[in-house]
Write a protein that binds this ligand. Structure first.
Ligand code: HEM
Ligand code: HEM
Length: 149
């Protein structure tokens, strides 16, 4: 905490003020980090099941839960923390939701299809849409990096 022109200031002051007056902004760094940790837990549980059962049918699902889920989301969360200008405005929000929706629907659909619970012809057309969503999020991420990193 330090004093600036007689005003008490500390790094969390803006968030506290926003919380008090109801204009709280989305904390994209925290949200990405927490979502990543949730994916890691699911990835570890699935990996342990695969190891124990020797059933590797869901290997690509396990790999991408850990990679698209934990690894990328953690990298994004750390970068938004490291470069705070990147966490301002519409771009981080759009990136967060495109990545969340794209990753969840893609991986849930893949798991249902690869475990034989849903037919490929039903869920198949959803995959390209989710890939485009993830890609659009990453293009926004690149534009944001270009502008602010
Ligand atoms: C306790 C945690 C984990 C367990 C028990 C586990 C288990 C497994 C198993 C049994 C396989 C199949 C291996 C094969 O068929 O050759 C596998 C593959 C894989 N896992 Fe994990 N895993 C864990 C964590 C992770 C993490 C944290 C990541 C990434 C950040 C990861 C990424 C991968 C990838 C990319 C593959 C595919 C490798 C290939 O194509 O040969 N796993 N894992
Ligand atoms: C929308 C994004 C992505 C799509 C559509 C995608 C698609 C694929 C496909 C179709 C395969 C082959 C799976 C098979 O042979 O059964 C694959 C494998 C792999 N991908 Fe991705 N991928 C994506 C993102 C990523 C990312 C972000 C990473 C790393 C950070 C990654 C790492 C890998 C690895 C290590 C393998 C080999 C392991 C495996 O067979 O599952 N992928 N991916």
């Amino acid at each position: 905490m330090y004093f600036l022109q007689g005003t008490c200031y500390h790094p969390g002051a803006d968030q506290i003020r926003e919380k008090q007056n109801g204009t709280e902004k989305m904390n994209v760094s925290r949200n990405f980090l927490i979502a990543g940790a949730v994916y890691l837990i699911v990835g570890i549980v699935l990996g342990s099941y695969m190891g124990a059962s020797e059933d590797h049918t869901l290997l690509p699902v396990h790999a991408h839960i850990n990679l698209l889920g934990f690894t990328l989301m953690t990298v994004f969360g750390l970068a938004y923390r490291l470069i705070p200008q990147m966490a301002q405005g519409w771009m981080p929000k759009a990136h967060f939701w495109l990545h969340q929706i794209g990753t969840f629907v893609l991986l849930a659909g893949l798991a249902l299809m690869m475990s034989g619970k849903m037919d490929g012809s039903t869920i198949g057309p959803v995959f390209p849409a989710m890939e485009v969503a993830i890609l659009a999020g990453v293009l926004i991420w690149l534009a944001n990096l270009w502008r602010n990193a």
